[in-house]
Design a protein around this ligand. Sequence first.
Ligand code: HAM
Length: 424
Amino acid sequence: MKYKRIKGTRDILPEESWKWQYLEQFITKILEQNNYNLVRTPVFEMTDLFTRSIGEETDVVSKEMYSFTDKSGKNLTLRPELTAPVIRMYIQNNLNQISPVIKLFYIDSLFRQERPQKGRYRQFHQFGFEIIGTPHPESDAEVIQTMVAIYTKLGIRDLKVKLNSIGSRDSRNKYLETLQSALEQHKTKFCSTCQDRMEKNILRLFDCKSQSCQDLLDEFAPPIIDSLSVEDREHFTQVQNFLKISGVDFEVDKKLVRGLDYYTRTTFEITSSLLGAQDAICGGGRYDHLVEDLGGQPTPAVGVACGMERLMLILDQIDTIPARKNKLVYFAVLGENAREKAFEILCKIRNRGVTAEMDFMRRSLKSQMRNAGKKEAHLVAIIGDNEIEENRIILKNMKLGKQQEVTVENIINEILKQLNEVEV
Ligand code: HAM
């Protein structure tokens, strides 16, 4: 085989796709109950949308984007995240006119050229949701609480909610100066990327994967929380208050700044020990300036996104996705006339909402029966030329181990009746 899938991408095979469908439906149901509306955005956008929102010095923009120039010379990028595209859509379509606060969700694929490993891919999927239009702390709490509720309903117990506030833009600018002067004298001890980032965007030092840089930050960086304004502190206290009211346990993580530049005030991540090294199932926060930075009216917002592959890794371990309910009716066919009759019945029964399949290999009855067994068919209708002439079809109930003869006229009703009787 010459062609292989691209490194860092995955095929979702038939036996796995059921779980994805189940999960997507499960998430959609809960988010719709919370009055979020589904949106879809294009797979690619102008590169500048991501550079401006996520930030030039972030890992995502500086190392991981799939960018290309199209034939007309436009610089485009496969979306590495969905918050910026959703906000672009919000501004372009004047969604602020629908309602002052709008709640949107998405389930889609994204692209980041990261080093592939368990739970980290180059094409992956996220579901996420955004509340656009309110600065108030109960909306931050709702986003976190809703995500925790989804995980809990899926049976995940082993969760840690890490919460921080990185302050409004003004407090953060003050903090960046404090950080700069605290780290200046230790600059040469940091890795070369950190040294470069100290000049360009010092907050990004917290994203460094080198343990020695993280140790230096532990030792010398003042906590961002100490630089918060009175209003920022009040907002942070209120977010915690609403989380307590909703029964969500959390811990404050003073180093959690998140790897994207658009955040203000609340940042959070939810982790699970079942994930190993890539332990964040989801991450999010408030981004009160993104709408205006991308050309809209000043509009505060908050949101979160969850990595679906990571969620699936957890669900595979705790095994809480129910098995697919398969009520297959299999038509085993022998002979030309029988095939035509079987095809006619097959089309009719599918119109009645039954999952049905007919043998397409023109094999012996024995191998058709073996095939029906392999597919775990509930009922097998055996139709041969002789039987058609005698107006009878053998209907075998594989679950009950019984069989009976049914007339052609009665076959549909009998199948429907037996399917309802079968324990599934
Ligand atoms: P993020 O932290 O970059 O945030 O990604 C969110 C989640 O996507 C991560 O916690 C992880 O579960 C998953 N993820 C990220 N990269 C990969 C990868 N290479 N392979 C598999 N899963 C991955 C955002 O994307 C923000 N847009 C979240 C947000 C929404 N903030 C506000 N609203």
